[in-house]
Design a protein around this ligand. Structure first.
Ligand code: GAL
Length: 992
């Protein structure tokens, strides 16, 4: 065999050897295949061995030798199997920016195994070796003969190995370098995880094989007629096409693309993912495909699917698994996709690389609109002002074209793929434009996306990440600002004339994001805004251990990386272990396909779907009085067409006035039958309205009117008037508290462009001029209030304590009045507090902190909002009711301990023998409560939960208010209306 490459693999801009076969579609074929997944022998060295320069490394000829070889399963990332370690960076390269070179110290994994070719392996035809993914440069030898090499970690590559394979035992050897020229193009915000992380296989290519097939299944949205365009690559003289459900059977010539009319067909959509079985065959090979008929098109500023606007309710999805990294696990992925569907996610951007090929079959089948992104990001050049960025350097052109070809060719047949994305955060330049040109010529059926095409010079949609609401309004409505980073008004006008989408928004890092409702309101308001993709689906934590064996999910810096970006890799709607966070419930509510509007005695059911009616849903109502369900029923709602609504009468028992009580009507739309992603009865939508707003009596009536009797004997106060115990339960506090453990959004100065912080909070200056909220709060001492009793008075009816709370070194603080009254049945506290001094920052919270015995109870029951935590700007996924939960489940185990578990609107809380009731009115608000085993100060002192000290008490917080969450870890800060500025508050609490 001639030398498969003319150049050294490393230190060039060449993407791979000439011996690589042209990329082709991944299909299900009846050709023989032999998986090489399984146990290989493996050795890690810390540099690219010099023997490679001369050709053949000895292990490729003689197999593994010496003690440094181990067993390693393929597919895998070697750092997750005890060889080397993972490394996380967001933007910066973990090596010098010296393209196309990488350091000599370059972890290199040699993999070798033998393969017994079955006796009946066909003697005719060819055999190819396929690698589905290896990070980042894989060099291949078979039986000691060099086969070739390739970069493009998340892209498949094939080599013809027919001439080197022999009957019986063969040796396959791979040398994989962690760093290569390819790494410059793979600077995605994720772990650097070298290894052969997708499958390796031998595939037989029969004589007259069907080497490639490209099916475009179009459907005219007006006539409903389907059309197949089929292009094949084969040496066979003719190809047979069968679409049994339509009765189509045709012989086509491979000489040119065939166009076949298939008559009226059902459309494929993410809502109704109707697939048809298709077989395409030559005499040598038969492939089975599942096609979905749909048309995606850009018409003016509209992106249409099947003739109606395509609005993404999407998430950005990385392949990440706490133990496997980017190795695919079908069960986990299927469960993830079902979880998405159950939360009304109907779109996925494959950030920022092509997923495992099986993922797309699942997306076709379950129904997702997929924006499929090429394996490309050069963000690290941002650190050097984009000097030398490969995107505009002609020497990298082949590498860019190689990547886009391999992306499109592999996945071109999937109904779910509705848009190609050139990559992410790679600046702009001619090579990106060349990629777009290539796609346009190869697959004109799908629009092209790339957020970095700021002038809209070569893409079909206008895309932004983390814009402010003002920016969205300016793009879609009244123009108030220039279009982001465009070179001038002409480019701005061009962008505004396109369909607009948010390829990233709602940064779900830690607790948050807030303001998803405001984004959703824009998405529904502006016709040219086609939705977007929340960042991101899952935390990327990797399961690891402390020295004493405690397991936890590690993030940047937990693996000894010399440079890293810490916890920024943990920004998922689900935690590393797959636990959904309340942000997902928030989204599920905003993206519910059905919305309920109650007007008097009728209910309007709006179908927000674009393709499906509501025949699959059962609509019901439930009446809750004082949080308890007292009555329910189903409503006879006729199927509502997509985009329209129906109004039905509510039964009289649902709307009968309940004077003197708090009543809520909850409406639900549940699945009538099982689906592939949820059981019958799963609620796809719910909505709650207060059913009785006029007749609530002040709760004082039940809980001890001030002045009725003297203080109860079962309340013990210390000499300075501080409550010490109630009915034998020792208590410390209540103390005023302003501190919450900063969320990731509180901690962030704002990532990305300066516009991402709201002008009204920043006077329009850049992020860097606005310190993180947490820094301001800490500087002003909010985490370390000291308290001084100013006075204690008793008038026989009430005990009145006045307390001043201020931090050391500061003249600002708050002044509180604690007014205690009650009788033996109850102890009532009216707490009023006012800010003192010149406050110049928001407060994280304003509330009371009580310390309770550790063993008081393990569960909390409450009447208020639930079941999840919620905050002023993230409260769409909760309702009013009665709930019970273990104390350990009240908070979310965010990657880094931070504020969690706040539940506003508390009427009553039971903690074992202790009952805390709250009333509103007379200036008092219903509190939000939080019960935890650690204080806010303890949470904020550690980077991981396992670093917390052993708990010795319970902490109960009753907050009059908390600051919103915002999305400032990457995006806009808390909106002014959700910000907690210093103000007077009052609470009315009764202990029973
Ligand atoms: C974006 C980027 C993502 C991720 C996100 C922050 O700029 O495209 O890959 O880094 O910021 O988490």
């Amino acid at each position: 065999m001639s030398a498969p490459h003319a150049v050294r693999p490393l230190g060039t801009t060449t993407p791979g050897s000439d011996s690589r076969l042209p990329p082709r579609a991944r299909v299900r074929s009846d050709a023989r295949a032999l998986s090489l997944d399984g146990v290989w022998r493996f050795r890690l060295t810390d540099h690219a061995p010099l023997d490679e320069v001369d050709g053949i490394p000895p292990f490729a000829v003689h197999g593994p030798d010496g003690a440094d070889w181990h067993d390693l399963v393929v597919p895998s990332h070697w750092p997750l199997h005890g060889h080397g370690s993972p490394w996380y960076t967001n933007i910066r390269y973990p090596f010098p920016v010296d393209p196309p070179h990488v350091p000599d110290t370059n972890p290199t994994g040699d993999h070798v195994r033998t393969v017994d070719l079955p006796d009946d392996w066909p003697a005719t035809g060819r055999t190819v070796l396929r690698l589905d993914g290896a990070e980042s440069l894989a060099h291949v030898w078979v039986n000691g003969t060099e086969i070739g090499w390739s970069t493009g970690s998340r892209l498949a590559v094939e080599y013809d190995v027919t001439d080197v394979l022999r009957p019986g035992t063969n040796t396959v050897a791979l040398r994989v370098h962690q760093w290569s020229q390819g790494s410059y193009l793979e600077d995605q915000d994720q772990w650097w995880l070298p290894g052969v992380f997708r499958s390796v296989a031998l595939e037989h290519r029969p004589v007259d094989a069907l080497d490639d097939v490209f099916v475009t299944a179009d459907r005219d949205p007006v006539t409903g007629r389907g059309r197949l365009r089929i292009e094949t690559v084969t040496t066979a003289g003719s190809v047979t096409v069968r679409l049994p459900e339509t009765g189509l059977e045709a012989r086509i010539s491979p000489a040119s693309p065939a166009h076949l009319d298939v008559g009226v067909v059902d459309a494929w959509s993410a809502e109704i993912p109707r697939l048809y079985d298709l077989t395409v065959a030559t005499d040598g090979e038969r492939v089975r495909m599942r096609v979905g008929f749909r048309r995606v098109e850009v018409v003016g500023d509209q992106l249409l699917a099947n003739g109606v606007p395509l609005v993404f309710h999407g998430v950005n999805r990385h392949e990440t698994h706490p133990d496997l990294g980017r190795v695919f696990d079908e069960d986990v992925v299927r469960a993830d996709l079902a979880l998405m569907k159950r939360h009304n996610v109907q779109a996925i951007r494959t950030a920022h690389q092509p997923p495992h090929p099986r993922f797309l079959e699942l997306a076709d089948e379950l129904g997702f609109w997929v924006v499929l992104e090429c394996d490309l990001e050069t963000h690290g050049f941002w650190e050097v002002d984009w000097v030398g960025n490969p995107s505009d350097d002609p020497t990298w052109r082949d590498a860019y074209l190689d990547r886009v070809r391999r992306t499109v060719e592999r996945d071109k047949n999937h109904a779910s793929v509705v848009m190609w994305s050139l990559g992410n955060e790679s600046g702009t330049g001619r090579n990106l434009a060349a990629m777009a040109d290539w796609i346009r010529q190869r697959d004109p059926s799908r629009p092209i996306h790339y957020e970095g095409d700021v002038d809209g010079a070569y893409t079909d949609v206008y895309s932004r990440m983390y814009p402010t609401l003002e920016e969205i309004d300016s793009v879609c409505g009244t123009v108030t600002m220039p279009v982001h980073e465009t070179s001038g008004p002409a480019a701005g006008a061009r962008q505004r004339a396109k369909p607009f989408l948010l390829c990233e928004y709602g940064h779900a890092m830690g607790n948050g994001p807030g303001m998803l409702a405001e984004y959703q309101e824009r998405i529904e308001r502006w016709p040219s805004l086609h939705g977007g993709f929340v960042w991101e689906w899952r935390d990327h934590g990797l399961r690891t251990r402390t020295a004493d064996g405690t397991t936890y999910f590690g993030y940047g810096g937990d693996f000894g990386e010399p440079v890293h970006d810490g916890v920024f890799v943990m920004d998922g709607l689900v935690l590393s272990d797959g636990t959904p966070t309340p942000a997902l419930a928030d989204l599920a509510a905003l993206w519910a396909p059905v919305r309920f509007v109650r007007t008097g005695s009728s209910l309007t059911v709006r179908n927000l779907r674009a393709h499906a009616d509501t025949a699959d849903l059962v609509v019901s109502w439930e009446l809750r009085v004082d949080g308890r369900a007292v009555d329910d029923g189903t409503l006879d709602v006729p199927p509502v067409r997509p985009g329209s609504e129906a109004t039905v009468a509510l039964p009289s028992e649902a709307i009968a006035p309940r004077r003197g009580h708090r009543a809520h009507l909850t409406f639900r739309a549940d699945l009538r039958a099982d689906t592939a992603w949820a059981d019958a009865g799963h609620a796809v939508a719910s909505g709650q309205v207060a059913a009785d707003v006029v007749a609530v009596e002040p709760v004082e009536a039940e809980s001890g009117r001030p002045g009725r009797t003297a203080l109860p004997v079962s309340a013990v106060f210390s000499d300075d008037g501080t409550l010490r115990s109630w009915r034998g339960v020792p208590l410390a506090g209540p103390r005023p508290e302003l501190w919450r453990a900063p969320t990731e959004n509180d901690r962030a100065a704002g990532q990305g462009s300066s516009e991402t912080v709201l002008p009204e909070l920043t006077s329009g200056r850049g992020d860097e001029s606005v310190p993180p909220s947490a820094d301001r709060w800490r500087e002003r001492g909010l985490d370390r209030l000291t308290h001084r009793v100013l006075s204690l008075e008793t008038d026989g009816r009430a005990l009145v304590q006045r307390v001043r709370s201020m931090p050391a070194g500061s003249s600002t603080g708050i002044e509180s009045e604690f007014r205690w009254t009650g009788d033996d049945g109850s102890l009532r506290l009216r707490w009023t507090t006012v800010p003192i001094g010149p406050w110049d920052c928001t407060w994280p919270r304003i509330g009371l902190h009580l310390e309770l015995p550790e063993d008081l109870t393990d569960d909390a029951s409450w009447w208020g909002t639930g079941p999840h935590e919620s905050y002023a700007d993230a409260r769409n996924g909760v309702e009013v009711g009665r709930f019970t939960a273990p104390i350990d489940d009240l908070g979310i185990r965010y990657a880094r301990p931070q504020e969690t578990g706040h539940r506003p609107g508390l009427h009553e809380l039971r903690l074992g023998p202790l009952v805390v009731a709250a009333a509103e009115g007379h200036g008092a608000t219903l509190p939000g409560f939080q019960v935890a085993r650690h204080s806010a100060q303890q949470w904020s002192a550690v980077g991981h939960a396992h670093e917390l000290p052993a708990s010795d008490r319970l902490h109960l917080y009753l907050d009059a208010a908390q600051h919103g969450l915002g999305s400032r870890a990457c995006g806009p800060d808390v909106l002014p209306r959700y910000a907690l500025w210093p103000r007077q508050v009052a609470l009315d609490i009764t202990f029973r």
